[in-house]
Design a protein around this ligand. Structure first.
Ligand code: ADP
Ligand code: MG
Length: 253
């Protein structure tokens, strides 16, 4: 945990955050290595989303650092982190529902390429932006639906579109907060399959409640309870860990 291995892409070093008397993050050190899915699990209120917010730069830690490819990015804004290759998808969708699939992807590409957000027509005629957006849509299998209104997509397709928007950044690491939320069994299975392929592109720090998905996908799992990592290990190690079973998994496994 927290070692500076050459293959470490993303790391937190002693991230701490209090909300009044509540210690929501308590010296959290985690790392994400090339090629892996590292799942972060834990009960409701354990501090998973708070951790993600500090990694992505929407919440400033009281103490500790975030590093991307060995660079300290703790002082950078969320947008600056995204430009450096931190690809995010959120617990709550950030898609513009009234816009088309392509427009959402172009918006992502615009953010990635640092051009102005405001002007639709020029953006949709910009070949470099369009190419990047289309490439990302093709990568997630939504190219046929590029002109559909986003609100008409299924939940699963919206999750795929969120990943496409993140892909326009050509991310070095993905950070995902409960991507399976709201998906049925079939949607979860499809997304699970997709994430298993996506990790070849960039490693994924995955916060997820769906234990079937976590056990199927994770190369490593960290368990967060009351803002503290109580264990990190392989699926087998975590399933067998007594503290984890007591604190979280109970009889579910
Ligand atoms: P999780 O994602 O694991 O369910 P959260 O990170 O959302 O947990 O929340 C961790 C704890 O911090 C919870 O007790 C929550 O109520 C609290 N919390 C989260 N955000 C805030 C905030 N902005 N202000 C005060 N308390 C917060
Ligand atoms: Mg949460």
């Amino acid at each position: 945990m927290g070692d500076t291995g050459k293959d470490t892409v993303l790391a937190t070093r002693g991230i701490s955050k209090a909300f009044g008397a509540l210690q929501a993050s308590d010296a959290i050190s985690l790392d994400l290595k090339a090629g892996e899915i590292h799942a972060v699990i834990g009960p409701n209120g354990a501090g998973k989303s708070t951790l993600i917010a500090q990694i992505c730069g929407t919440l400033a830690p009281d103490a500790g650092q975030v590093e991307l490819n060995g660079e300290d990015i703790t002082a950078l804004s969320a947008r600056a982190r995204a430009r450096k290759g931190l690809g995010r998808t959120f617990q709550i969708s950030a898609l513009a529902m009234e816009d088309t699939v392509l427009q959402n992807a172009v918006l992502g590409a615009q953010g990635a390429m640092g051009t102005l957000w405001r002007f639709w027509q020029p953006a949709l005629k910009n070949k470099a932006l369009l190419a990047r957006a289309d490439e990302a849509l093709a990568r997630v299998g939504l190219e046929e639906l590029r002109n559909m209104r986003t609100s008409e997509l299924s939940h699963g397709q919206r999750r795929q579109l969120e990943v496409a928007v993140a892909l326009t950044l050509r991310p070095k690491a993905f950070v995902m907060d409960e991507p399976m939320a709201g998906l049925g069994a079939e949607g979860s299975q499809r997304l699970t399959q997709f994430l298993a392929e996506l990790k070849q592109e960039a490693p994924i720090l995955l916060v997820e409640h769906d234990m079937d998905a976590v056990f199927a996908l994770a190369d490593r799992i960290s368990v967060l309870v009351y803002g503290r990592v109580i264990a990190t290990g392989s699926v087998e190690q975590i399933r067998a860990n007594k503290d984890v079973r007591d604190a979280y998994l109970g009889d579910a496994t």
